[in-house]
Design a protein around this ligand. Structure first.
Ligand code: FAD
Ligand code: NAG
Ligand code: NAG
Ligand code: NAG
Ligand code: NAG
Ligand code: NAG
Length: 495
């Protein structure tokens, strides 16, 4: 037998073995937890497999397990280990990386859908949530108590996923810093023990979890700090389509000076929807959590400097505001994110903006194509907390501008073309920024990366932190369960 033929025989054998393993795993779950195990053909299976924000993640696992408490998670993990079955762990399903949270027929998906508890403490200073909670319902719940949480801006993403992704990063990060919403996380370790990770208990694990993704354990609960904000002036606005210079100048100025006004924040979303208009529209969100009806610190985003042409800024609660949107993209939509950074410099932002839109202009005829190129001015308050975090994010990482590209399109047949054009665009942007000495900067935000950016993400945390993150993984998961049995997402052991 040739060497190649014997390899092929081995591959075929492995496929048979692993499909037997996944069947055994599903059967074991189904026989002890029939009401929590779902197979293809059932409505609940379809609901869970197609729960996530983009259809790139609908991978069709052999079965889906939906735990109703930590004991169910412990039982499932033991079953996965016993049968050596690969699995995915899904919380809010917002991360647009195909296998980050789901898995194909070779594995089982664990869906946190039913871990929906929310309980505020008597002093209203903390809130304990189950791992299935997403931000809009949490904000609505906290509204009742006149407090909120330092979470994401928009989207129906998971709370736990955002913490593991290194965030959350939203409006209130401009006052309180990002990445510091969690006070503690309860999770099931590879050996099945349920532990609490916090500054006091297993502090090394707690440190590694914020920004460490799905490498350490399965989070079942989180305790978040609340913050005393009961309402804010919030605006979902547009500045029209012919304001490139001033918009970019205002972004630069906010990165440089916004820290003087920590109750004000801005996220810019430039949008191109070629089926609707050839023009790029300059849109965004404005936020001001100070008193009164006039925002202070947003003068560069309001008249006379940058007059709003659609929408307005008005007082509301974040619970109300965040629940007004329909976040689901049209059924079946393909989506990715791509992460980029530069100095807080209008020339840099102009290079990134122009190069992006010039390079992707050829995608106008892709069915259902639209894109947003978001610009986020970053002040030292955003990156300053918590000190000594795993991502090496600190005050010296700002002022900066962060950018997120988020193209949407309709058909899997166009995946290759959209990805190729984006990859060429980003190579050009990076080359031009570095030639100008204006970026990109070291920080990578796991929550907003494209799959192709996985290899550079953990190394961007710095050699020292990466070594420590690997040591924490060795300590809490010596058998590499979350590396080998959870193949999706960024893997610390492989970085
Ligand atoms: C429309 C939209 C808007 C967004 N806006 C913001 C924003 O304003 N600010 C911001 O910071 N981010 C934002 N994001 C990004 C989002 O917060 C991150 O992608 C985050 O990781 C999503 O969390 P999730 O739970 O929904 O994701 P999922 O896709 O369910 O999971 C993400 C990753 O975390 C792992 N994971 C999830 N739950 C667990 C668990 N219980 N135990 C172990 N591992 C787990 C998964 O395996 C996966 O690798 C936005 C995303 C979208 C789609
Ligand atoms: C679990 O969540 C699904 C989807 O929201 C819901 O239909 C079902 O009733 C929930 N099950 C339990 C036991 O709460
Ligand atoms: C855009 O603005 C510039 C200068 O403010 C002006 O010269 C130009 O005509 C405008 N274009 C459109 C399409 O409004
Ligand atoms: C607005 O821009 C001006 C420069 O045009 C700058 O001096 C000022 O600090 C900026 N304000 C904010 C809050 O960004
Ligand atoms: C401001 O925007 C809100 C929300 O979009 C809307 O309900 C309200 O009517 C607007 N107010 C004015 C004065 O335009
Ligand atoms: C931005 O970069 C350009 C080119 O290097 C430089 O001329 C300009 O002074 C910079 N602006 C700021 C605000 O640093």
């Amino acid at each position: 037998m040739s060497l190649q033929a014997s390899f092929m025989g081995l591959a075929a054998l492995l496929t048979v073995v692993s499909s037997a393993a996944v069947n055994d795993g599903c059967n074991a779950l189904a026989s002890s937890h029939p009401d929590k195990t779902f197979f293809p053909g059932s409505e609940r299976y379809k609901f869970e497999n197609e729960f996530s924000w983009t259809s790139t993640t609908y991978l069709g696992p052999s079965c889906i397990f939906a735990p109703q408490g930590a004991e169910d998670v412990q039982f499932a993990l033991q079953t996965f280990r016993e049968h050596q079955v690969q699995f995915g762990i899904r919380c809010g399903g917002a991360m647009p990386i195909d296998n980050a949270a789901n898995i194909g027929p070779e594995g089982i998906m664990m869906a946190m859908t039913n871990l929906t508890s929310m309980a505020i403490s008597d002093d209203t200073e903390t809130v304990t949530i189950g791992a299935g909670i997403t931000w809009p319902p949490l904000y609505a719940y906290l509204d009742e108590f006149g407090v909120t949480a330092n979470g994401i801006r928009s989207g129906n993403g998971g709370v736990v996923g955002a913490i593991l992704g290194g965030g959350p990063f939203g409006f209130m990060a401009y006052e309180y810093g990002m990445s510091n919403a969690a006070r503690s996380l309860e999770c099931v370790l590879a050996d099945g023990t349920l532990v609490t990770a916090s500054a006091k208990e297993h502090p090394d694990l707690f440190w590694a979890l914020v920004g460490g993704g799905n490498n350490y354990c399965i989070v079942t609960k989180a305790v978040l700090n609340t913050i005393p904000i009961s309402s804010a002036l919030i605006g979902t606005v547009s500045w029209g389509s012919n304001v490139t210079d001033q918009y970019i100048k205002s972004v630069e100025q906010f990165a440089l000076h916004g820290a003087e006004h920590p109750k004000a924040s801005f996220e810019g979303q430039t949008r191109w929807v070629p089926s609707r208009s050839p023009d790029i529209s300059f849109d965004g969100y404005l936020w001001y959590s100070g008193e009164g009806d006039v925002p202070i610190g947003l003068e560069n985003f309001t008249a006379p400097i940058l007059p709003i042409t659609r929408g307005n800024i008005s007082r509301t609660t974040i619970g109300q505001w965040s629940n007004e949107f329909n976040y689901a993209p049209p059924l079946g939509t393909r989506a990715i994110f791509h992460w980029l950074t530069s100095n807080a410099n209008a020339t840099a932002a102009r290079i990134a903006f122009d190069t992006y839109y010039e390079s992707i202009a050829s995608l106008a005829d892709v069915e259902g194509f639209s894109t947003a190129f978001s610009m986020l001015p970053i002040t030292p308050i955003v990156t300053g907390a918590p000190r000594g975090n795993a991502m090496s994010l600190g005050e010296d990482d700002s002022p900066a501008i962060w950018y997120v590209e988020s193209p949407l399109w309709s058909n899997p047949e166009d995946d290759e073309r959209v990805l190729r054009v984006h990859s060429e665009a980003n190579e050009k942007i990076r080359a031009k920024l570095s030639a100008a000495g204006l970026g990109p900067l070291p920080f990578m935000y796991l929550s907003d990366i494209q799959k192709s950016q996985i290899p550079e993400t953990f190394p961007a945390y710095g050699a020292r932190n990466l070594r420590k993150m690997k040591a924490v993984r060795d300590k809490y998961d010596p058998d590499r369960v979350f590396t080998e049995l959870v193949p999706g997402g960024a893997k610390i052991a492989l970085a």
